[in-house]
Design a binder for this molecule. Structure first.
Ligand code: ADP
Ligand code: MG
Ligand code: ZN
Length: 611
């Protein structure tokens, strides 16, 4: 990516001040100890005595300062340096002349004070500052972005400055998501020609919240808006606000908005806003203060600019229900753009967008791949293309083929192929009958999606094999018949084991879990049972992240629900057993075929079935 964080420059003066301080300490404590030649102070009388005794060898006088340095030998003939206070003594020079002692008169420099200051303070400071700047830079690099350190830049937001041309993303990079794009195009238009809106008196929404499950392209969309509008793009993740010292979060928000207002028109993007925007519940002893302060600052900053200022606030989250109500109020994030998982067409478009950067064979059937990846997010599809490219490289090919893609579907949908699975031949046979059991029950029901692939090649995900069914088109509504057919299909694997081997294995655990979930939601949420009619007995906490549900009914009703669920599954199981009993010969034939081939396609399956 071409994002270019603005270097967080510390003013030069900071380094200079530090250097100065160090120098002062050195001057005061360290240099004197190292000391130059030691100078012994003596009285003027002593000097004269030494002079008389011919001990003095060299004299240096300083004209205006009443001070005098001289070298003299002691009794052992060792020369040392002495100093003594003096006064203008005209007789001294004559005496020295007569004794033939060399002397020098130091003429004091006019600017001596200034020079001295320059040499002892200014130049050393400068010389020391440069390596310090260098060292600091190195340290910062080492520590990542050292903004968490006790540094001079405390409270400076780490918002990265993106130069418009450098986000490099446009709406063309975002496939599918037509509705989201349409909603955001208005904002792009506003940033292009704000006057058009101002003249009518229309005010742009201040904040737009992109809502949707992970990997659907929310971050990508925000970047595309900036790229399309050709304006600066500030982006910061919600988590970056809260990981700092107390009080830092609020300071960061303030700083971020200050920068943004300077650069308007521009876009401020807060990714994963749920980390700071969580409901303020007032619980928790003290612990939430920091986040709350940050949120309050954000709220007041949002109130502080109006829609015409040219700052557009975008935010993304996959947990909209956890957001504080105050954030969603009119005048704040008052527009919500859903970014949902792609449908069949969307998936195909996303595959094509990402295939552009890869050498693909010409006859790729993207639609088939899109069909097989129902429920995959944009990020997963991007990963799928990459897996296919990796596989092509592994096979020493320069072009990605359809087979690479289908293999990668398996990788994305069901985990990597396990290289050396240890299954006994008998276990393998059980798995084959189990999978054909699923497929047969599916094929013999009218409300069931066609089987497209059956495999007994184990996956690292733990599945020993699987039967893939892909609906002809993406259906939004699930009918009661379809739901029941699905449950019967799920019980088909275990049913085949029972009929053929007379015993059962643990291989059906995942089927059991799925069937139970399905039956349960039929009863508690979809109003598909006789007993409870259209009563909602469960509430879904989060529709995007897995959809945890919690019961909302009395204990008595809960018991009844359990009964109902068991009944649905028992009926489906009986139905599956019936279907398989009627088609015993096909079950054997298909299972043996699968055992031999390990993987068979939907066409092969149907052909044998209809023989
Ligand atoms: P989110 O922020 O919703 O979790 P991202 O925007 O980070 O998802 O998407 C991750 C990656 O997945 C993107 O960089 C892109 O490569 C791919 N991607 C997701 N959605 C799309 C899409 N609609 N079109 C093209 N690529 C997509
Ligand atoms: Mg994201
Ligand atoms: Zn199964």
């Amino acid at each position: 990516m071409n994002e270019q964080p603005k270097p967080n420059k510390k003013p030069f003066i900071y380094y200079a001040l530090i250097a100065m301080l160090v120098l002062m300490l050195l001057n005061a404590f360290v240099f004197p100890m190292l000391g130059g030649p030691h100078v012994t102070e003596v009285s003027y009388d002593e000097f004269q005595t030494m002079l008389k005794n011919d001990q003095v060898t060299h004299v240096e006088m300083q004209e205006n300062r009443q001070e005098l340095y001289f070298k003299a030998k002691n009794e052992k003939g060792i020369e040392r340096v002495y100093s003594t206070g003096t006064f203008p003594d005209p007789a001294l020079k004559e005496e020295l002349d007569s004794k033939g002692i060399k002397y020098a008169v130091a003429v004091p420099q006019k600017n001596s004070m200034l020079m001295e200051f320059l040499f002892t303070w200014v130049f050393p400071t400068l010389i020391m500052t440069l390596p310090m700047v260098f060292l600091w830079r190195m340290m910062r690099k080492r520590m990542g972005d050292g903004s968490n350190m006790m540094s001079f830049g405390m409270g400076k937001s780490n918002a990265k400055m993106y130069v418009a041309a450098q986000t490099g993303k446009t709406f063309a990079d975002v496939a599918g998501q037509e509705e989201a794009k349409e909603a955001l195009e208005e904002i792009v238009d506003f940033l292009h020609s704000p006057d058009k809106y101002r003249s009518v008196g229309a005010v742009m929404p201040k904040g737009v919240l992109l809502v949707g499950p992970p990997g659907t392209g929310k971050t990508l969309l925000a970047k595309a808006v900036a790229g399309e509008a050709n304006v600066p793009f500030f982006s910061i993740a919600g988590s970056e606000f809260v990981e700092m010292f107390v009080g830092q979060g609020a300071a960061r928000v303030r700083d971020l908005f200050r920068q943004a207002k300077e650069k308007a028109p521009c876009i401020v993007f807060i990714d994963e806003i749920d980390t700071i925007g969580k409901k303020r519940d007032g619980s928790g002893i003290g612990g939430n203060d920091e986040r709350e302060q940050t949120l309050n600052q954000l709220l007041s900053e949002m109130d502080g600019f109006d829609g015409s200022s040219g700052v557009v606030l975008l935010a993304a989250t996959n947990r909209p229900e956890t957001l504080d109500k105050a954030l969603l109020r009119p005048g704040r994030f008052d527009r919500r753009v859903p970014v949902e998982l792609p449908d069949l067409q969307g998936r195909e478009a996303i595959l094509r967008v990402h295939a552009k950067d890869v050498m693909m064979a010409e006859d790729i059937d993207y639609k088939a791949v899109a069909r097989a990846t129902s429920g995959a997010s944009g990020a997963e599809l991007a990963n799928l293309i990459n897996e296919a490219a990796l596989r092509a490289v592994k096979c020493n090919r320069r072009i990605v083929t359809q087979e690479d893609l289908t293999e990668s579907v398996d990788v994305v949908v069901a985990g990597y192929q396990r290289k050396n699975a240890v299954l006994t031949p008998h276990e393998k046979e059980i798995v084959a009958y189990h999978e054909i059991g699923h497929a047969l029950v599916a094929a013999k029901q009218t409300n069931s999606a066609p089987v497209t692939k059956i495999t007994i090649v184990p996956r690292t995900s733990g599945a020993l094999g699987y039967t893939m069914q892909t609906p002809e088109s993406d259906t939004v509504l699930l009918s009661k018949e379809e739901a029941l057919a699905k449950i019967a299909t799920l019980t088909g694997g275990r049913s085949a084991e029972e009929l053929v081997f007379g015993s059962i294995t643990s291989g059906a655990s995942n089927d059991i879990e799925q069937a139970t979930k399905m039956a349960r939601s039929m009863v508690t949420r979809l109003g598909m049972s006789e007993t409870f009619d259209m009563t909602a007995l469960e509430t879904v906490n989060n529709q995007y992240l897995g959809g945890d549900a919690s019961l909302a009914c009395s204990a008595q009703t809960a018991t009844q629900i359990d009964h109902e669920v068991v009944e649905i599954i028992r009926a489906a199981h009986e139905k599956a057993i019936g279907i398989l009993k009627d088609n015993m010969d096909k079950l054997h034939e298909l299972a043996q075929y699968l055992l031999e081939k390990e993987t068979i396609t939907g066409e092969e399956f149907m052909e044998i079935l209809q023989r």
